[in-house]
Design a protein around this ligand. Structure first.
Ligand code: SF4
Ligand code: SF4
Length: 188
């Protein structure tokens, strides 16, 4: 009787669209040299990739590196293997959140969830209400500190109290797209 195949960390990464690129990295270090936030990360982008390929699941998923990625795409335009490192960072964020290894390092998942909720329910983003929800879920103290910024944005008409919504038919179509994305490895 043949033994069931064990899922490796690389398998987990490759199962999410965008993760499969990790296999072709040649460890040239160009992404790290290009990254404006590498010095703040526990492990630089190329270091993180090397660790992931070495199967260091816990260390990789509890690192702050992916949560500090700014999605600036500098690494992506310079990578000689055309690896979409930014996407890879998002894959690692997703796996980290699923494994519950991110909780003390970042509040970004709270923001992602708020963003997804708004999009799924209305098809639009209200920056003001999304950020109100984020600060109330993460830090009331910070929420109070951000009041002058919110007021300034409001008086300059950069944010609105209005909640826009797509038509019910469009929201239904959008929810079908989101369900498809979730079934292929995305998170809610
Ligand atoms: S630039 Fe590309 S090939 Fe080079 S280390 Fe980074 S991901 Fe790997
Ligand atoms: S996209 Fe992220 S990992 Fe790439 S250079 Fe920018 S901050 Fe660094």
């Amino acid at each position: 009787m043949s033994e069931a195949k064990t899922t490796t960390f690389i398998d987990e990464i490759c199962a999410i669209p965008g993760g499969e690129d990790i296999k072709v990295c040649i460890q040239c270090g160009t992404c790290t040299a290009s990254c404006p936030n590498a010095d703040r990360m526990d492990y630089s982008p190329s270091h993180l990739i090397a660790m992931a390929r070495a199967g260091m699941r816990e260390e990789v998923l509890s690192a702050n590196s992916m949560w500090l990625c700014l999605s600036c795409y500098l690494c992506v335009v310079r990578c000689p293997r055309d690896i979409k490192i930014t996407r890879l960072m998002h894959v690692l964020e997703s796996l980290s959140a699923r494994a519950g290894l991110n909780s003390k390092r970042t509040t970004t998942p709270v923001m992602y969830k708020g963003f997804n909720k708004y999009i799924a329910n209305t098809g639009r983003i209200s920056e003001l209400w999304m950020m109100v929800g984020y600060y109330f879920r993460t830090s009331l103290f910070k929420a109070i500190g951000m009041l002058p910024v919110a007021l300034s944005l409001f008086t300059h008409r950069r944010v609105s109290l209005k909640l826009d919504k797509m038509s019910p038919e469009s929201i239904k179509q959008l929810q079908t797209i989101i369900a498809k994305a979730e079934s292929s490895g995305g998170d809610k």
